[in-house]
Design a protein around this ligand. Structure first.
Ligand code: NAD
Ligand code: TYD
Length: 347
């Protein structure tokens, strides 16, 4: 079987590529990635020489190249993670999100359809999406697979659009697809623009911790390796034309999570408890900031037997340890363009 994983040099994608390369020596795993600011082949150093792994540098918005690659390699399955993924960047440059997340997804769908239209048997197009497509919850309730889409940011609107196209290709052309909508991931190799790695990096460099608004926003957090394991399970056992929600059963208000992170970082850095908390600064809120995300993951739990393997406490500890022992990785990804982004976003 030839499996194309898009966005495999990114945060979640690199964990999925590693899992598949190691678990399935008889499958050929192709990692297609444009290596944007978020893509980093350092994330895959440990598998790059495996005989069942290949890297294809390509941009999913480039229709001709994508069609050519599908014709050449005849991928049996696609696991599609490549995306512009950061809400704040989508607020300053929405069009980039439409190009990659919507047009890029369409290019993949068309290439896959054109290749197998006559016979989709044994083929699969797996689209990785987010819980953010459901919009925001109030203080109570959970997102289920039947919650209406109600996206509020350009990022979530572009992901919602791509989900609709995947579903429409299933209905219209019989393209065999499955979609998962996952909550916030954290773990090693996450680019330090998202909350947890950004704040770890700032604590290490003794920079302020910019909490948006009053910090009373809630997210559900899942350890990235548990997401990768769920993706493997859905890829193998998920029903065709179905959606599965994936979540950590682990809701945190931002401000509480940041305080917990500060506490653990103080302990690791041998600092007095309370030192890092002094770096917390409440800054101007994100426009259109969703109040709360929370996932009902009972469908994947009951139908496929998935549940998170590590607690948040364990996952956060692994994550902090990784960043503290990979300062070179952090230094590399935060040099150059990152500084400009940081200035613009937080000045
Ligand atoms: P990421 O930003 O870390 O990685 C994205 C990867 O896609 C990078 O390697 C980048 O180089 C690549 N890419 C971007 N544009 C491309 C293009 N035009 N052509 C080819 N490659 C391109 O993202 P992530 O956090 O790993 O998220 C991966 C997927 O999971 C996304 O689809 C995202 O919407 C979804 N998701 C993320 C989270 C989360 O918490 N991070 C939660 C739920 C769902
Ligand atoms: P983020 O990691 O960007 O994920 P998402 O917006 O996709 O949920 O943000 C998580 C939460 O943390 C979100 O409520 C916004 C907040 N946040 C801050 O308060 N400060 C920051 O600097 C960042 C990046 C996020």
């Amino acid at each position: 079987m030839k499996i194309l994983i898009t966005g495999g040099a990114g945060f979640i994608g690199s964990h999925v590529v590693r899992l598949f390369v190691k678990k399935y020596p008889n499958y050929q795993i192709y990692n297609l990635d444009a290596l944007t600011y978020a893509g980093n082949l350092e994330n895959l150093k440990d598998v790059e020489d495996e005989p069942n792994y290949s890297f294809l540098k390509a941009d999913i918005t480039d229709e001709e190249t994508i069609n050519g690659l599908f014709k050449t390699y005849k991928f049996d399955a696609v696991i599609h993670l490549a995306a512009e993924s950061h809400v704040d960047r989508s607020i300053t440059d929405p069009l980039a999100f439409v190009k990659t997340n919507v047009i890029g997804t369409l290019n993949l769908l068309n290439a896959f359809k054109n290749l197998w239209n006559e016979n989709f048997k044994g083929k699969r197009f797996y689209h990785i999406s987010t819980d953010e497509v459901y919009g925001t919850l109030g203080e109570t309730g959970l997102f289920t697979e039947t919650t209406s889409y109600d996206p509020n940011s350009p990022y979530s609107a572009s992901k919602a659009s791509s989900d609709h196209f995947v579903r429409a290709y299933g209905e219209t052309y019989g393209l065999p697809y499955v979609i998962t909508n996952c909550s916030n991931n954290y773990g090693q190799n996450q680019f330090p623009e998202k909350l947890i790695p950004l704040f770890i990096n700032n604590i290490i460099s003794k920079k302020s911790l910019p909490v948006y608004g009053d910090g009373n926003y809630t997210r559900d957090w899942l350890y990235v390796v548990d997401h990768a394991l769920a993706i493997d399970l859905v890829f193998r056992k998920g029903k065709n034309a179905e959606t599965y929600n994936i979540g950590g059963f682990n809701e945190w208000k931002n401000i509480d999570l940041v305080k917990e992170l500060c506490k653990q970082m103080d302990a690791k850095l041998g600092q007095l408890e309370g030192t890092s908390e002094q770096l917390i600064t409440f800054v101007k809120d994100r426009p259109g900031h969703d109040l709360r995300y929370a996932i009902d993951a009972s469908k994947i739990n009951k139908e496929l037997g998935w549940s998170p393997s590590v607690t948040f406490e364990e996952g956060l500890k692994i994550t902090i340890d990784w960043y503290l022992s990979n300062t070179e990785w952090l230094k590399n990804v935060t040099s150059g363009a990152y500084q400009n982004y940081y200035e613009k976003q937080y000045s």
